[in-house]
Design a protein around this ligand. Structure first.
Ligand code: TTP
Ligand code: MG
Length: 400
């Protein structure tokens, strides 16, 4: 069945949010990512006025300063970007159950089943743009096409504040004149080879005998040509959002030894934090759960000043909660750690505002990579380490 896929991408997202926060910035060359006095760092984004000077995301700040000395440079306010992103998500959730947030300011929505309710593609696009404008006062660009690939390319073409609808029969003609670099995933190496073959446009890539591409790229050649013809079947993958992540275990026999209980709590929090990062999420509320021999159950919670995906921060919260739990001098049957107030992790993007400890995120990234290869227990920290190399809990899923 033919599908209708909507792609939305906010225009100069961080810069536009800043302009809403401070209308004096509207119409000015605005660069988000760092101050003029910052020696290092890169541009997160630039307003369209600043882009006229050739400034773009990931450009070193020094270069941006050189190109636009009178530009306004700011570090930015990540919390506001996240808040706007949540509002955008809420609008999209209202038009279809199949929403995939592809980044903080970008999403795919499968609206095949929403046609009748809203009165067709154009009405849906209008509704999305207007609702988002009403909720956030931000401009966006929307495109609707038969698949994600074409929808994404189309919204890029429609910027800023635009709307493009590419029906199935128009896909080939729409793509034809575009430079092949517009195809997502055409890396520098691919570009180099295509240029050597004299292939400059998507249309050219669509028409060239596939054998030529196979000779140059191997089996990748087929995929390249399919993309150039606007063919793609990748479905929109709605990200189901867990409301909480928790790990708990019942002991073989009830324990009074709080040294050991605390080590196990540390271990459980490590498992939680790992699952949190696997889901690409952050938490703002840590809960410790303790059940005693008589089945009386107590929970202790702490709200964090800021969302985090690091066990270090989660561990600090637990360190504050554990003494409260210890006050009741009764044997412990079960302990658990739960993370709630979850949101999507934007830490890569947050690095620029200098609030999140970048070093630790890098460390945890490497830790997660190593765990992916050697198993969770290969690397552990602090108190949890004192449990020994292999942790044997009565809960088999946590002993893996
Ligand atoms: P983009 O959607 O790529 O860019 P944009 O919204 O600023 O501009 P456009 O109108 O072209 O869509 O990225 C969204 C936000 O993500 C952007 O506002 C800032 C942030 N970002 C970075 O911090 N670093 C980067 O390298 C990129 C590409 C984006
Ligand atoms: Mg954008």
């Amino acid at each position: 069945m033919e599908r209708h896929i909507l792609h939305i991408d906010m225009d100069a997202f961080f810069a536009s949010v800043e302009q809403v926060l401070n209308p004096a910035l509207v119409g000015k060359p605005l660069i988000v990512g760092g101050l003029k006095s910052d020696k290092r760092g890169v541009v997160s984004t630039a307003s369209y006025e600043a882009r006229k000077y050739g400034i773009h995301s990931a450009m070193p700040l020094a270069e941006a300063k050189r190109r636009c000395p009178h530009g306004i440079f700011i570090r930015g306010h990540f919390e506001h970007y996240r808040e706007a992103s949540e509002k955008i998500r809420a609008v999209l959730d209202g038009i279809s159950p199949c929403v995939e947030m592809a980044s903080i300011d970008e999403a795919y929505v499968d609206i095949t089943g929403s046609q009748r309710l809203f009165g067709g593609d154009d009405a849906i696009a209008r509704y999305v743009k207007e609702s988002i404008r009403a909720e956030t006062r931000l401009p966006s660009t929307v495109a609707i096409a038969p698949n994600k690939l074409v929808a994404k390319i189309a919204s890029d073409e429609g910027k800023p504040d635009g709307y493009l609808r590419i029906d199935t029969e128009r896909v080939r003609d729409f793509l034809r004149p575009l430079p092949f670099a517009k195809l997502p995933g055409a890396g520098p190496r691919t570009r180099e080879i295509l240029e050597r073959l004299g292939i400059m446009t998507v249309g050219c890539l669509a028409d060239v005998p596939v054998e030529v591409l196979i000779q140059a790229f191997g089996s990748m050649g087929y995929a390249l040509q399919r993309a150039a013809r606007g063919e793609s079947t990748t479905p929109v993958q709605p990200c189901s959002r867990p409301k909480s992540i928790s790990r708990e275990t019942t002991f073989e026999e009830d324990l009074l030894d709080w040294e050991r209980i605390e080590r196990i709590v540390a271990y459980l929090s490590e498992r939680c934090a790992h699952a949190l990062r696997e889901n690409g999420m952050e938490t703002r509320c840590v809960t410790l759960k303790v059940r005693h021999s008589d089945f009386s159950t107590y929970t202790f919670s702490r709200t964090l000043p800021e969302s985090t995906c690091l066990e270090r921060d989660i561990g600090r919260a637990l360190d504050e909660l554990l003494p409260k739990a210890r006050q009741r001098r009764a044997r412990v049957r079960l302990v658990g750690v739960a993370l709630t107030s979850l949101s999507y992790d934007q830490h890569q993007l947050r690095l620029f505002d200098g609030k999140q400890p970048e070093k630790w995120l890098r460390v945890m990234e490497s830790v997660d990579n190593i765990r992916a290869r050697h198993g969770f227990e290969f690397i552990r920290f602090g108190k949890s380490m004192e449990l020994g190399r292999h942790v044997e809990l009565a809960t088999p899923s946590l002993s893996r």
